[in-house]
Design a protein around this ligand. Structure first.
Ligand code: PLP
Length: 390
């Protein structure tokens, strides 16, 4: 498809881009720079859209201390997946009452570690894990993650590995009560970068059935719905804006639960921070595979292993800006390592300027999320992706 150049203004104001570029001009590529003011704005926008919800930042999206501090001061809570993330976040002065252990795959001794640190809110989706929680974190609140549909409309689906069927979710919540835990609520994640807002409608309807049936049949009154992440960032494939998501999702909630909503939790990762990032790389080579080949290959100094793993199956299409103007031509874009999987875009045809040459810079927009945290530490000796917080 498309060999149109992207419009920079669709992603960054000219002032913000110029300010970030001035910083970038002083640095060696590759690196990602994150504009923290953009994150603060995204946080406020989310709070305005969902004034009734509690935000738990999904730390895996970018665990930088600068961002933990910023979000801590904004009043955010934190969705944590490992003891390492826990130490990091608590090390920045976040109390255990602001933390949820959201990973359903965990060792019994790690559950105990969270419990000893004071965490009392745990996700689960299976009986063995629930029994571990009952033993290692007695009396805690648990919420059960359910499976959702929507994998085909999410650019980075998360919905198959985690969660259980509705019937099992109810069994687990009853068992939680019988094991002395607090059966607290239900969670779901409709898939990351979910373009179909209807995915939340379907998930909320499932939650409603569970709430009602547990109350009527078992006398269990659930208190909380954790709606996960899935809210959009700005990539090449357009989505609705966040205001449309919040308006529609609020309507779905009120249709099913009325005006007296249960406690609502959101766990944004991508939507909070992706738009704040610009990853800067340098063109290493532009080449062709034969004298008559029409296709150019653009090799750049960052690739799948240096922070762009979400280009796997070309799932996430990052907008790319260069400073060359002039005629555009379709290219294959690949990274610098000796692995043939290190090709970012081949089927989706990016248009890059014909006069693009070694040493030119490429600006990968909307790269604040899932880049530093996914970067390999030493593949082919390349160091992990550097990041700067402006
Ligand atoms: C990764 C993850 C999130 C964040 O999802 P985004 O789509 O990036 O907002 C939220 N909750 C859980 C449990 C996750 O694993």
């Amino acid at each position: 498809m498309s060999s149109q150049p992207i419009k920079l203004n669709d992603y960054f104001s000219p002032e913000t881009f110029q300010r970030m570029k001035a910083f970038a001009d002083q640095q060696e590529t590759p690196f990602v720079m994150i504009d923290t003011a953009t994150i603060a704005r995204a946080y406020d926008e989310l709070e305005n859209g969902f004034p009734f919800a509690k935000v738990f930042y999904a730390v895996k999206a970018n665990p930088a201390a600068e961002l933990i501090d910023l979000l801590r001061d904004k009043g955010s809570n934190f969705d944590i997946a490992s003891i390492y993330e826990l130490d990091k976040v608590m090390g920045r002065g976040v109390g255990p009452e602001r933390i949820s252990y959201g990973n359903t795959i965990k060792k019994a001794r790690d559950i105990r570690y969270f419990y000893d640190k004071g965490v009392r809110l745990f996700a689960t989706d299976s009986e063995p894990d629930l029994r571990n929680i009952a033993k290692a974190a007695p009396g805690s609140k648990v919420y059960v993650r359910i499976l959702t549909e929507g994998a085909t409309t999410a650019d980075w689906p998360l919905s198959r590995k985690f969660g259980c069927q509705t019937d099992m979710a109810m069994d687990l919540l009853i068992l939680a009560r019988d094991l002395g835990l607090v059966p607290y609520g239900i969670s779901f994640h409709v898939g990351s970068q979910q373009r179909d807002i209807g995915a939340w409608d379907a998930a909320i309807a499932k939650v409603k059935v569970i709430f009602e049936r547990l109350k009527e049949e078992d006398g269990i009154e659930l208190k909380m719905i954790n709606m996960g992440g899935g809210f959009p960032a700005n990539y090449i494939t357009k989505t609705n804006d966040l205001a449309t998501y919040s308006r529609e999702i609020t309507r779905f909630l009120k249709e099913d639960f009325g005006d007296e909503l249960p406690e609502i939790i959101l766990e944004p990762g991508r939507s909070l921070i992706a738009n704040a990032g610009i990853l800067v790389s340098e063109v290493v080579l532009v080449s062709r595979k034969s004298r008559t080949a029409v296709e150019r290959w653009v090799f750049t100094d960052v690739g799948k292993f240096g922070g762009l793993i979400e280009t796997m199956d070309e799932a996430i299409k990052f907008p790319i800006h260069t400073e060359k103007n002039g005629e555009m031509e379709e290219v294959v874009i690949a990274g610098p390592t000796c692995d043939s999987a290190d090709i970012m875009y081949e089927n989706y045809k990016y248009g890059l300027p014909l006069n693009l040459a070694s040493g030119d810079r490429m600006y990968w927009l909307s790269t604040g999320a899932y880049t530093t945290s996914y970067s390999a530490v030493e593949f082919n000796g390349f160091p992990p992706l550097k990041s700067y917080y402006l």
